[in-house]
Write a protein of this length. Sequence first.
Length: 507
Amino acid sequence: MSIALNGNELTFAQLHRVALLGEAVSLAPAAIARMKASRAVVDKLVASGATAYGINTGFGKLASVRISTEQVRQLQVNLVRSHSAGIGDPLSEAVVRSMMLLRANALAKGLSGVRPLVVETLCAMLNAKVHPVIPSQGSVGASGDLAPLAHLAEVVIGEGFAAYQSEIFPGGEAMKRAGILPVALEAKEGLSLLNGTQGMLALLSLALHEADVLADTADVAASLSLDALRGSPGAFDSRIMHARAYAGAAQTARNLAHLNEGSQIRESHRSPESDKRVQDAYSLRCTPQVHGAVRDSLSQAREMAAVELNSATDNPLVFVKDGGEGDIVSGGNFHGQPLAMAADQVAIAIATLGGIAERRIEQMTNPLTSMLPAFLTPEPGLNSGFMIAQVSAAALTSENRALATPHSVDSISTSGNQEDYVSMGMSGARRLERMLTNLRYILAIELLCACQGIDLLAPLQTGTLAKKAYETVRGRSAKVEADRRLAEDMEAVAALVASERFSELLR
């Protein structure tokens, strides 16, 4: 099935299907009608000779320079060419497809004054899998993600470079091979392709999806760690959660209770005579409060990104009145501050989730904090066991803490001081991928340590659902009887985390 874009109803689920699964897209008939109406307003203004920013003027600091009617088309082409100044490694295919979809949907809203042909061409490129090569660096998130979107727009007009059928071609050649005619830009169309937040929004939207997966995976890992450390699930009592009614904490508490249901390990030390400990360490006892805060923070960031999915983010915007007349109004919807702040929120959530997971790893490997053999090895001393696995988790945790430094407060003036307060939203969203990769490995290490701890408590078994997670780990990584390389085990379990095998247990 094809997803029909109308600028108002795009969902995260649809974005993921287009970006990750290659689902087809088209332009909805209602959107075509709105786009034609707003385009008529632009055409009328050009014919009248009246002045409007971005249509027959220069851009940014050059907004006061009037462009003749004969040069309006060349102005748009020059804009795309001059703004194609990105640097760095290319964005991934999934991010590029997300950017294309998001830009097409924003234009389909009918407030940008561009012809339906522009969106239809983006849809054709998505469906044929013509993917512009877009450098990942060069945006400050001011008038949107200008440089990244310019590299996208280059291919729309048959220039730049694009990936097609596993090869990189000049944009015009890629379009020709795919049977798609490049667009000859009319007034405002180049600006409308460039002016928007779709670079940072694409990165943030994909990061939010994976962050949700890792939040569920963290609950699974924590449930195994709880049993490995012979912790108490009493702190997850629903009455405690109701007394401080955060939705995220309640969800994590339910997950932990469900995962550990039927645990023989818990039953073996339920009486005070068999276990003299009164309370568990915070990294166990406060798991709902910490994981829950992460969940709630991700939810808030998702709400902000959801608004952006169906927003018009270029400038100026065209508002059509009854009778076909319209206003062309200049504003600042391209500014990335909402998304920059949301990306910072996600970064802090990722760092937090990794931080508490690393503490549980430390609890399991440290003989001073657990009743397990030192570093989870049957013969400590001769064997080092999981000693350095914990060190690796600590290194990744520290790296994520540094990466979580806010970007949204770091403005730098650009464009001759016209763009004097910028969001840094693109860089804020771009670092999330690296942080999520680090978190995957931290959780993989926790899963490996927890499963080793449970093995050391045999023949007692963990909870019924948690045991499925244990068996998933053991399908890729055997119990460590004596020292061996653990790098491959960590890679294998991290791949399981990425495949959503653990998070699926909670669905």
